[in-house]
Design a protein around this ligand. Structure first.
Ligand code: F6R
Length: 241
């Protein structure tokens, strides 16, 4: 595991964007696994900046997002589709048919999950971008006695619902369920880029990267992957060593 700690936010965002751009430039048909949330917003800005300056094209890229809320249409400003469109996809040259997010509005959510897995199997992810939840979740794979390998519908845990509530007017509006890529799909990515910011994540970063490998901290399974890069700000890295 390659761990890098940064003093300045823009350096961390720049480093993450550079790794993504290296993958896009170095692969004929690059497949990116993407994340939403507050952590990667600066990374998407940095990528847009590089795109606008002509340093990178996403014309041949395919993307798969980790997750989407059940019951929010893409036009809803808290859906992950809306997040990705407004922050990234609407501004780059990617072909729309190569952009994939789980459809949280599908009538048959199980069929949607199987279809997502089929698409992932046909286009294995080259680089998977990840954030981490305070409880150690990656994607929306919440701590549990057992984890699922493939894409599935998940009931979000109380801690996650509370963390997500900051984005909604009323806590009753926070979706209770999401579709997420499974742990197996995440670990099948050829390389993984975990980005974490903030002192509130320092304890879970230590637990995930240096603690026992356990399903009660899903991110600890990243220790089993051969090509993980971790980018932290100083606050998130403060409990390491
Ligand atoms: C988002 C995702 C989540 C977030 C995690 C951290 O697509 O899969 O696992 O990465 O909840 O969220 P932030 O960055 O908002 O702290």
């Amino acid at each position: 595991m390659n761990i890098h700690i940064f003093d300045h936010q823009h350096e961390l965002d720049q480093a993450a964007a550079s790794l993504i751009i290296d993958t896009v430039r170095g692969t004929a048909q690059p497949v990116l696994g993407l994340a939403t949330g507050s952590t990667p917003t600066g990374i998407y800005q940095a990528l847009l900046h590089q795109f606008k300056s002509g340093a990178v094209s996403f014309k041949h890229a395919t993307t798969f997002n980790l997750d989407e809320y059940v019951g929010l249409p893409p036009e809803h400003d808290q859906s992950y589709a809306y997040y990705m469109n407004t922050r990234f996809f609407d501004h780059i040259d990617i072909a729309r048919e190569q952009v994939h997010l789980p459809d949280g509005m599908a009538d048959d959510l199980e069929a949607e999950c199987r279809q997502y897995d089929r698409m992932l199997a046909a286009a294995p992810v080259d680089l998977q971008l990840l954030g981490i939840g305070h409880n150690g979740h990656i994607g929306f794979n919440e701590p549990a006695q057992a984890l699922r390998s493939g894409t599935h519908v998940v009931q979000l845990q109380e801690e996650t619902l509370q963390a997500n509530a900051r984005f909604f007017e009323r806590s009753a509006d926070v979706p209770q369920r999401a579709i997420t890529m499974g742990i197996g799909s995440i670990l099948r990515a050829k390389s993984i880029l975990l980005v974490v910011r903030g002192a509130d994540k320092a304890a879970i970063v230590r637990e995930a990267l240096t603690g026992p490998i356990t399903t009660s901290c899903p991110a600890s399974l990243l220790q089993t992957h051969a090509a993980v890069t971790v980018l932290l700000d100083r606050a998130a890295g403060k409990e390491l060593q």
